[in-house]
Design a protein around this ligand. Structure first.
Ligand SMILES: [Zn+2]
Length: 395
């Protein structure tokens, strides 16, 4: 293989939404993942040894260590069918410390090993980066070091993509709501990249543009209430559209009322009348309105980006999914963050690793839509000419 990828956790959950973590590969979230991988060593001087160990870690783009835990050890078992050839159980890369901290069954069918904590021998995940690589090292009986190093994601051609996101932060009305803090805005995008990097998408936030919100965009509580084609939405879009190029996505931080955490201008909007001038049209602009005071663990920007990049709405899906999920993550009664809640992308319609038309949901972010409307049902129809976006660019 020329590259590895991040695990999808697409075989990870049982019917109750809990993680499958048993010794057999088929019953293990790492062992069965579509994007796991294996280490393999051939050592003719170790025939009959039964097993050997290697070390494995992830590297930064510049070559320095990234996730290099206290023990990097992994056991490779000798194949009965090929003496001197040793193969590991499946291992997997993840994008953040929450996923990485989840214990993994060693898969060695050794009851003493059972669940292995992060940092211990035979832990089967490492945290990596979209521009990083993974490295394995084996020292044979003669003290000779052999190594293998592969990039995370295919680089030739580069399968990774970028999305530039504009950022506007509004001050709000007579109540004097302040702009979102720069650190909070930055944290939203760190969270978003933890999720979207898993499928090869890098989200780049531009500099924050601070503006005073138009008075006509505020309700009686001095909050922006949202609402498709409401007078308040038309007032805020009339402020935003003239400063926003077509075919762009903008995250708008605002004190959002009306019980909204966030929403995206996904569906068709009426033309906005302008006194003494031509009407304004939304065109291919996406605005993602995000409440300034949100809890970051709700992964709001990450979720809203699926509306933008898939050009699709919400659906009632299993709790592990961040895309399409119509239920907020804090509604499941589980303390966040948790590997079972609001972190994965649906893998439907076949093999996402062999999908030249990007018809699989995992790949919808790189599917180039030919039209924006009408937007089909959320998840069930396969990709059509309105699926995806024309916002992603080469990495
Ligand atoms: Zn949604």
């Amino acid at each position: 293989v020329e590259f590895v990828r991040f695990g999808l956790w697409d075989q990870a959950y049982d019917a109750a939404g809990d993680v499958k973590n048993d010794p057999a590969e088929a019953d293990n979230f790492v062992g069965a993942d579509t994007r796991n991988f294996y280490f393999r060593v051939r050592d003719d001087n170790a025939v009959g040894a039964g097993s050997i160990t290697i070390n494995w870690r992830t590297l930064l783009a510049g070559g320095g260590n990234d996730d290099a835990p206290a023990s990097q050890q992994l056991t490779l078992g000798e194949l009965n069918t090929a003496p001197g050839v040793f193969v590991s159980n499946g291992v997997m890369l993840v994008t953040d410390d929450t996923d990485n901290a989840f214990p993994t069954d060693s898969g060695l069918l050794d009851p003493a090993a059972d669940l292995v904590a992060v940092g211990m021998p035979d832990h089967r995940t490492r945290r990596g980066r979209i521009d990083g690589s993974v490295r394995g090292e084996y020292t044979d009986g003669g003290g000779v070091l052999c190594s293998v190093q592969k990039p995370i994601f295919r680089r030739a051609p580069d399968e990774r993509r970028r999305v530039a996101v504009r950022v506007v932060s509004y001050t709000s009305g007579a109540a004097g709501y302040a702009n979102a803090r720069a650190a909070d805005i930055a944290a939203h995008f760190v969270n978003a990249n933890r999720r979207w990097n898993a499928i090869g998408i890098q989200i780049d936030a531009g500099d924050t543009v601070e503006r005073a919100i138009p008075a006509a965009a505020l309700d009686a509580a001095d909050q922006y209430p949202g609402g498709i084609d409401s007078a308040e939405e038309q007032a805020v879009l009339a402020d935003l559209i003239p400063i926003t190029p077509d075919n762009t996505v903008t995250v708008v931080m605002v004190t959002l009322g009306g019980g909204n955490n966030a929403y995206t201008t996904l569906n068709r909007r009426a033309a906005i009348p302008v006194a003494g001038g031509p009407a304004l049209n939304l065109g291919d602009r996406f605005f993602v309105f995000v409440n300034t005071r949100l809890d970051l663990e709700n992964y709001t920007v990450s979720h809203e980006m699926h509306h933008v990049l898939f050009n699709r709405g919400d659906e009632d899906v299993e709790r592990q999914y961040i895309s399409f999920n119509t239920n907020p993550p804090d509604g499941y009664g589980v303390a966040l963050p948790d590997v079972r809640i609001y972190r994965r992308f649906q893998n439907q319609y076949g093999d996402p690793d062999n999908d030249p038309t990007n018809a699989n949901v995992v790949n919808w972010a790189r599917h180039a839509r030919a039209a924006r409307f009408p937007i089909a049902g959320a998840l069930d129809p396969a990709a059509d000419n309105t699926t995806g976006n024309i916002l992603v660019t080469p990495y």
